[in-house]
Design a protein around this ligand. Structure first.
Ligand code: ADP
Ligand code: MG
Length: 333
């Protein structure tokens, strides 16, 4: 009987759910708002995100998967259940199979607990899979062929670099530098240079609207507001693309170094394939201006940004579930 397979991209910044035959049905930030005193969950996802940095003392907006690890497991579990319930799995004709992509660094115990949480929320068989593999599939790479494919997934908490061949990861690295750290770098730069305190949301706006990582590729400016560290009062300043490029230079270098290390450990035949096919960028961090140019220059290989990079993992879960027999079951918990 027709059952709707469900794929879940449990990201550090965003959770996406893909349903077979329907596409992406849920796309929300990985944020949970809780009442500190009672421990009760107040809001999850978009509603909770609006509260980040704006909550009164007793309410806390938590990002349970901060920095690419599960910082708060109970909250992660509550969030996962909330999202699965939101798409009304119980209303499906039959229990669906589920494939969940989690950050690469989570422990075996955490993997098991995530699986159980998904089963309790209505999953018939729940599989966990490594994120870079699914990202590569979602980006349209032919990873089941005997040829080298390189993917760089720049998320919120981590950047995962992997070379894949015949459906498996050959060399890989998880770097603790990604989109959210860029925001922190920008925030700290503004604080130091202008003695102005801004929030993470403002820092992210700067990154998205005027930020670049390739010198001279973008020349824009933006007025931003924050709190003056000396007077304690609100103040407006103008920031420019050039200075954001400088502020992000060291962080971006960590990503290029990690990617280079993976290339250096890649067998020569596969390296040759990568020169032909190029590196594919996925994840929200792939949207920062100039990253393809910078990486192409540093790695000396062609670099492409996938279509809708933030949807790759979710799309990949759909394709993977259809090919689950091809997947190395040993790797699946
Ligand atoms: P995760 O897989 O960890 O949940 P995502 O792939 O959803 O992460 O990417 C989230 C990151 O992408 C965030 O740090 C966000 O600020 C960043 N991002 C999203 N859109 C853009 C953009 N247009 N320019 C730069 N960064 C972006
Ligand atoms: Mg991701």
């Amino acid at each position: 009987m027709f059952s709707r397979d469900i794929g879940i991209d449990l990201g550090t910044a965003n959770v996406l759910i893909h349903v077979k035959g329907k596409g992406i049905v849920l796309d929300e930030p990985s944020v949970v708002a809780m009442d500190r005193t009672t421990g009760r969950v107040l809001e999850v996802g978009e509603e909770a995100r609006r509260m980040v940095g704006r909550t009164p003392g007793n309410i806390e907006a938590i990002r349970p998967l901060k920095n690419g690890v599960i910082a708060d497991f109970d909250v992660t579990e509550a969030m996962l259940k909330h999202f699965i319930n939101k798409i009304n799995v119980r209303g499906f004709l039959s229990k669906p199979r589920m494939l969940i992509c989690c950050p690469t660094n989570i422990t075996k115990v955490e993997q098991k607990a995530i699986k159980e949480a998904a089963e309790k929320s209505g999953g018939k068989r729940v599989y966990l899979e490594e994120e870079p593999k699914v990202a590569a599939i979602g980006a349209g790479m032919e990873i089941f062929q005997p040829s080298g494919n390189m993917v760089l997934d720049i998320g919120g908490g981590t950047t995962d670099v992997a070379v894949l061949s015949m459906g498996n990861i050959v060399t890989a690295e998880s770097i603790k530098m990604a989109g959210d750290k860029f925001d922190i770098e920008i925030l700290q730069y503004i604080k130091k240079k202008y003695k102005l305190l801004i929030g993470e949301r403002t820092a992210e706006d700067i990154k998205v609207n005027i930020g670049t990582v390739f010198q001279g590729s973008r020349k824009e400016e933006m007025d931003i507001r924050g709190r003056d560290m000396v007077s304690g009062l609100p103040r407006t300043i103008t920031v420019y693309s050039d200075e954001i490029e400088r502020a992000l230079r060291e962080s971006i270098a960590l990503i290029t170094q990690g990617a280079r290390a993976v290339l250096e450990r890649t067998p020569p035949e596969l390296s040759a394939d990568i020169i032909d096919r190029g590196v594919i960028l996925t994840g929200g961090g792939a949207l920062i201006d100039g990253i393809d140019q910078l990486l192409a220059e540093e790695l000396k290989v062609p670099v492409f940004i996938s279509d809708e990079p933030m949807h790759c993992v979710a799309r990949g879960t759909g394709i993977m579930l259809e090919n689950i027999d091809k997947v190395d079951r040993k790797k699946i918990v």
